[in-house]
Design a protein around this ligand. Sequence first.
Ligand SMILES: Nc1ncnc2c1ncn2[C@@H]1O[C@H](COP(=O)(O)OP(=O)(O)OP(=O)(O)O)[C@@H](O)[C@H]1O
Length: 591
Amino acid sequence: MPRVAKPKPAAAKKAKGKLYAMPEKLKEGTILSDLTKTQWRIGPSIGVGGFGEIYAASRNGENSYNAVVKCEPHANGPLFVEMHFYLRNAKLEDIEKFKQKRGLKSLGMPYIIANGSVDINSQKHRFIVMPRYGSDISKFYAQNGKRLPEVTVYRLAIQMLDVYEFIHSTGYVHADLKAANILLGMGKSGGSQAYLVDFGLASHYTTGDFKPDPKKMHNGTIEYTSRDAHLGVATRRADLEILGYNIIEWLGVELPWIKDKLLTVPSKVQKAKEIFMADLSSALKSLFAKGVPVPIIDYMNYVAQLNHNEAPDYEKCRKMFLNALKQMKADNTGDLNFKLTAQNNSNNKSPPVKNTAGADSTAAASRKKIKKEEPTVMNDSSDSEDVINDSEEEVDTKYTPRRKLQAKPSPSPRFKATNVKLPRKAVPKQASVSPKKPEQKKSSPRRSPLKRKKIENNVTPKAQDASAKINFSPAISLRGGRSGKTVINDDLTPQPRSNKTYEFNFELDVSMDANVIVNVKRKKKVQSSNGTPTSSTKTSSSIRDLTSKDSSPATRMKLRKLNVDGGASSPTSNLARSPRTPAVTVRKYRR
Ligand SMILES: Nc1ncnc2c1ncn2[C@@H]1O[C@H](COP(=O)(O)OP(=O)(O)OP(=O)(O)O)[C@@H](O)[C@H]1O
C-alpha cells in the first residue's frame, strides 16, 4: 500500500459527497490587498463560473464598481493558468501595442489590473482584478430563442478573430470560446465591442508534431470542443474551429451532436465532428434549410484544410465576414444589435422567435439592465469591513493546468468525477488510424486530401465506423444534464484527490484509468565494492521498509496500455505494440 507521507493539515472545505473543494464566499465590503498593496473593496457577486466566483469591485475609496475580482482557492488550476496568461501576455500595454500595430480602435482582449492572495476562513485563495464588462451574449442568445441576428454573428466573428490573432501572437490558444465567455463592453461605446474572457484553459499551441495527449483529451466545452482538442492537442486551427461551431449555432441551427444528444459521450461528439468536418458541404446543407450562408461555408472550409501547425490567415477569414456584411449593406460599427428582425435573419432556418426580452435586447439596453441588477447581492452582505492583507503570492512553476480541483458552486450541475465509470476498453475498436502516424502528410493528420477523400467517399453519416478509420480518444462518458460547461479532462478521471502525498517505494502493478498499466520501478541504492552507493533500477518484488537507508522513492513509472481485450502481456513485448505508452517521471517528495 502506498504510504501517506504528509497529510495536509488544512483540508479544503468539501461539499458532502464531492471530491472538489468549494470556494469560500467573500462578504460584500471585504477589502483585499493586492501584491502592490492597493486595496480593493468587494461588491456584489456578479457571476459564478465553473471554478469560482466573480465579484464587482472598486478601488478602496472610489464609488463605482468598475472592476471585478475573480477569486478561487490556491489549489485551483484554471485561475492559476488564467492569471499567468494575463501576467505574461496580456498587460494593458501589450494590448495597446497590438492595437497600434494592427490599426485597431478597440480589441476585445481583457487584461489584468492586479492580483494577490488572501486567506479566507484559513484557506488560501488567489484573486485577480480585471476590468468589469457587461452582459455575456449567451443571455441574448437565450432570450432570442437560441439565435442571434446574422449581422451581429458576423461582427462578433470578426471581433473574435481579432482577439484570436492577439492571443495566438503570444504563443497561446484560448480553447474555450462560447457565448457565455463573450461579454459586451461597459461605458459609452462598450456596446460595440465584445470581449473574450476566461483564460482558464489557455495553453501554448503546438508548432511541432501532432501528438495526441490523453491527459488533455476533450478539454473545453463539449459542444464546441475542436477535433484537435478532443485529442488533447492545442492548435490555432482548433480555436478557429471552436469559433466556427459557435457561429453556426448563433445563426439558429442545432449542431448535429447536440441534436443527436451525444453530449454525454465525448468520443461520440468527437466522431460526429470528424464526420461533419469531412463533408462540410452536405453537413451544412442539412443544417441550413434556406441555404448555407456563404461566409459560413467559406470559413468552415478554410478551417478544415488548415494544417495543425499552420498560422491561420486571420485577415482572409475576417474578409469572408466583412464581405457578407457589405452584401447585406450592414455596418461593422456602432453597438452590436441583438434584436431579431426578419431582415437580419435571412439565413436562419425558421422564422425569428419573438424576443422575450422585448425591446431590451440592444447592447445599450442590456447595459441599463445590468445596472439595474447591480444591487443584487448573492453573498451575505455585511456592514463590517474585513481588511485582509494578501500573503506573498507563490508562483508554483511546476503547476499543471490539469489540476483543477474546484467544484462548481452554482446549482447548475457540473460533472463530478465520482460519477464516472471508465470502461475497460477505452479505445473503441474502430480506432485504427493513429493521429501520431499521419497517413499522408507528416505535419497534419487531417490535411491529407487522400485521407479526406477516403472519408468523404466511404463515410455516410450513418455508416462511418468501418471505413472512417479515425482514431477516437477514450470512451469517457459524462453524466447527463450538463451543458455549456467547461470540462477539463482531469475532471473525467475518477482519481481521488486527497491532499496527501504518497511515496511509492515498491513495485506496483495495477490497472488504473481506462486501460493503462502502471509499473513503478524503485531505484535501489546498492553498495558497490568500494562502498559507494550506486543506483539501480532493479524492480523490487517485496515491499521494503520506507525508512530504510538503502532505498529511495520511485523515480520512474512506466505506463503501458492493456490489450484491447483487456489483457496485459509482458511489459517489454507490449511496449512495441503500444507506441503511445508514456514514461512518467515521478518527482521525489521532499519534506
Ligand atoms: N470581467 C468581467 N466583467 C463582468 N462579468 C464577468 C467578468 N468576468 C466574468 N464575468 C461573469 O462571470 C461569469 C463566469 O466567468 P468565467 O467564465 O471567467 O468563470 P469560470 O469559473 O472560468 O467559468 P467556466 O470555466 O465555467 O466557463 C461569466 O459568464 C460572466 O457572466
